[in-house]
Design a protein around this ligand. Structure first.
Ligand code: IVH
Length: 684
């Protein structure tokens, strides 16, 4: 263990310094990456520094500080949330629905101020997420809370710490002191792509879907277990301070700039407007930009820029007089709820689907919308025959918002959840706290088809030519019933396929070839393809790296699963149920007999090595090993050696009496490391 001996030689003080340096550098790189979107090092290099910090902190727990970047992973779960009284109430905003409402807003201001002196405004996109308050003491993030009822919120400090866009320590320039006490406010949200991915992963693991990004953000933040929050792609924009007059800024625009300087993420679409007509123009512009944004907004917040003027205007009971939310007309429409159908998912989850009289919403014809689960359906209080409000937010899936109660005639009928599976007739079950009702029959034909679709599909084995339609057809024709049948068919194809409706020799041959090509999957891909409940790609990867072979995975018990960081009881139980079922053993044996050979995974590392993506260049003489030894070590770990100096080089290793490369490397701004650092690097 070269690393340990290095630490012994250098001593405790050096370790402390190294930990501090790592913490500082990681803070700065995270800020550049998550806040400024201008990273200066490769992701792999960041991961390496992070790993080094984790290792050192593990060996020297006394060096862990509450603001260490390592503390973003989420601490111990809570039994319940504590409450926090906000120093100043967190108000809401009045709404403006038309340009005229904005003109009226300004008129009210002029009247209240008894002056028509022109007013300067700041406009900000109104993010559709969750308002939170963050408290910093001497530059350290110490307390975070939800808005709650505006006066008292829930303490969610640990969860907020997991959000990379929230600074754990304020940035200050040239050793300047951080403000003693700072309370900022902003919006936690999930971007649209991340939202889609999150839902796909949940769907893939047989979990219930979030209805929209807002719910996903709220659900993720209000987790008693911060480790769960840490896995969710939450983001944050700051938009104000609890008491801005306590800060060295005279207006909102300056405040945002000041907060940006302290390391917070500021929305780039903030504008300063010199009149209400400029505000109205800005609103139109933002509406045009909305579709292209990577997150959901539901309007634009208009604030008076000047804090002194804000003070004079003050607030009403629930909202300040100096701000207003200009809302976009939601893409909503009303239509009738004709029926509710119940679908059966791959893991047996029963999903109610609203069948609607077709209607245009935001330019798209909508005739079906998922109602997610029974709880969601009851919460909305829907009945068949209702006139319902349907909406699409951004490019998100259409949803049924609510029934229009005024249109009720008394003829509507209650929606009755089925008690037996609509496909196989077996009695449905609802376990514990889960919102999902499931068909418990593993032989349910609907589940079988969905499992096969998942297995062959993109997030499974990715067998080209065996998409949803093809699988449905093959099952209907009696050609496949379960996973091994696919490989059996592969042996009989293309003959068995070519005569089917819609198939020809070419497509049959292609499918046969694709089945053949999928016979040696990686362990991660294979586990994901099996579609075990609660086991999506991320968990599959954890399992593959831990057990490294299918044989070892099959032998594991619950305790073995629970040993793996990131796997909890629910997943462990599901794995035990799956791998100990005789049907699973039988299926895996058949697959093996059919020549399916799941590849072994390298332990704890990605298949292509820990130095994958790193490119080294040497200059000068190394003291403790020869250049060829050093190069061999790099290659062994999957890294590359550069022949000359170029911008792709990730590390210049500095030996004794370096040549002219050193100066050139510095000119290019390439990271230069010492031989000791290099050794530490490759001996990880
Ligand atoms: S200012 C008193 N600025 O909108 C000022 N709010 O109804 C109130 N929101 O719960 C907040 N983006 O979560 C402000 N740029 C922004 C905002 C924003 C979204 C949310 C906030 C609040 C709600 C106000």
């Amino acid at each position: 263990m070269a690393q340990l001996s290095l630490l012994n030689i250098t001593g405790q003080d050096t370790v402390r310094q190294r930990v501090q340096t790592l913490q500082r550098e990681l803070h700065s790189h995270a800020h550049r990456y998550y806040v400024l979107d201008e990273p200066i090092i490769a992701d792999a290099e960041y991961d390496r520094l992070f790993q080094e910090l984790l290792t050192l902190e593990q060996q020297h727990p006394e060096l862990i500080t509450p603001d260490s970047p390592s503390q973003r992973v989420g601490g111990a779960p809570l039994a319940q949330f504590a409450t926090v009284a906000h120093t100043n109430p967190m108000l809401s905003l009045e709404n403006a629905f038309a340009p005229n409402d904005l003109v009226d807003f300004e008129e009210r201001l002029f009247r209240f101020l008894q002056s028509r002196t022109p007013i300067t405004y700041v406009t900000e996109p109104k993010l559709d997420g969750l308002a939170v308050e963050l408290v910093y003491e001497n530059g350290l993030f110490t307390l975070g809370s939800t808005r709650g009822d505006g006066l008292v919120g829930e303490e969610i400090t640990q969860n907020l710490k997991t959000i990379p866009a929230i600074p754990l320590r304020l940035l200050t320039e040239n050793g300047e002191a951080a403000p003693k006490h700072l309370e900022v406010r902003g919006e936690v949200f999930i971007g649209l792509t991340d939202f889609k991915k999150l839902n796909e992963a949940r769907g893939g693991a047989g979990e219930s879907l979030f209805a929209n990004p807002r719910n996903a953000a709220a659900g993720s933040l209000r987790q008693l277990d911060p480790k769960i929050t840490a896995t969710r792609p939450l983001d944050f924009y700051v938009y104000g301070a609890s008491d801005p007059t306590a800060l060295p800024c005279r207006d909102q625009h300056a405040l945002l700039k000041y907060l940006g300087g302290l390391g917070f993420k500021i929305n780039p679409l903030v504008h300063l407007c010199q009149s209400i007509s400029e505000v109205i123009d800005q609103f139109a512009q933002l509406q045009g930009q909305r579709q292209a944004l990577t997150y959901d907004i539901d309007g634009m917040v208009v604030k008076i820029n000047d804090f002194a003027l804000q003070e004079r205007l003050g607030a009403k009971a629930r909202s300040p007089r100096w701000a207003i939310a200009a809302k976009f007309a939601a893409s909503q429409a009303t239509t009738s709820l004709l029926a509710v159908e119940f679908g059966v998912g791959r893991t047996g989850a029963i999903t109610p689907v609203a069948i609607l009289a077709p209607v245009q919403v935001g330019g798209v014809m909508v005739s079906r919308a998922t109602l997610h689960n029974e709880d969601e359906l009851r919460r909305k209080g829907l009945m068949i025959g209702d006139i319902v409000v349907v909406q699409r937010a951004g490019d998100v899936i259409p949803e049924v918002v609510k029934p229009v109660m005024e249109n009720r005639t008394g003829q509507e009928q209650a929606i009755i959840m089925p008690t037996s599976c609509p496909e196989c007739g077996v009695t449905l079950v609802r376990v514990g706290q889960e919102a999902i009702t499931r068909c418990p029959n593993p032989d349910c034909p609907a589940q079988r088809v969905r499992s096969l679709i998942h297995f062959a599909g993109k997030s499974g084995m990715d067998i080209e030519g065996l998409g949803k339609k093809a699988v449905e057809q093959l099952v209907k024709e009696g050609l496949i019933q379960d996973i091994p049948d696919i490989y059996q068919l592969g042996q009989q194809a293309p003959g068995a396929l070519a005569d089917l409706d819609g198939w020809g020799e070419k497509s049959a041959e292609n499918a046969a070839r694709a089945i053949e090509a999928s016979r040696a999957p990686t362990l991660t891909r294979f586990i994901t393809a099996l579609g075990i409940r609660h086991v999506g790609e991320v968990t599959a990867q954890l399992l593959a790296r831990h057990f490294t072979s299918l044989a070892r995975l099959c032998l594991a018990g619950e305790a073995d699963f629970l040993q793996i960081e990131g796997i909890g009881e629910q997943v462990a139980t599901s794995l035990v149920d799956y791998f100990q079922a005789p049907e699973t053993t039988e299926m895996l044996a058949r697959l093996e007999a059919l020549g399916v050979c799941v590849q072994e995974e390298k332990p704890g590392a990605e298949a292509d090595g820990v130095l994958a993506g790193y490119i080294f260049l040497f200059t000068g003489v190394l003291a403790s090993l020869s250049r060829s030894e050093a190069k061999a070590r790099i290659k062994e770990l999957g890294g590359q050696i550069a022949s000359g100096l170029n911008r792709r080089v990730t590390h210049v290793v500095l030996g004794d009496s370096p040549g002219s490369k050193l100066a050139k490397a510095q000119e290019l701004g390439l990271p230069v490391i010492t031989e000791a650092e290099f050794l530490q690097f490759v001996n990880r």
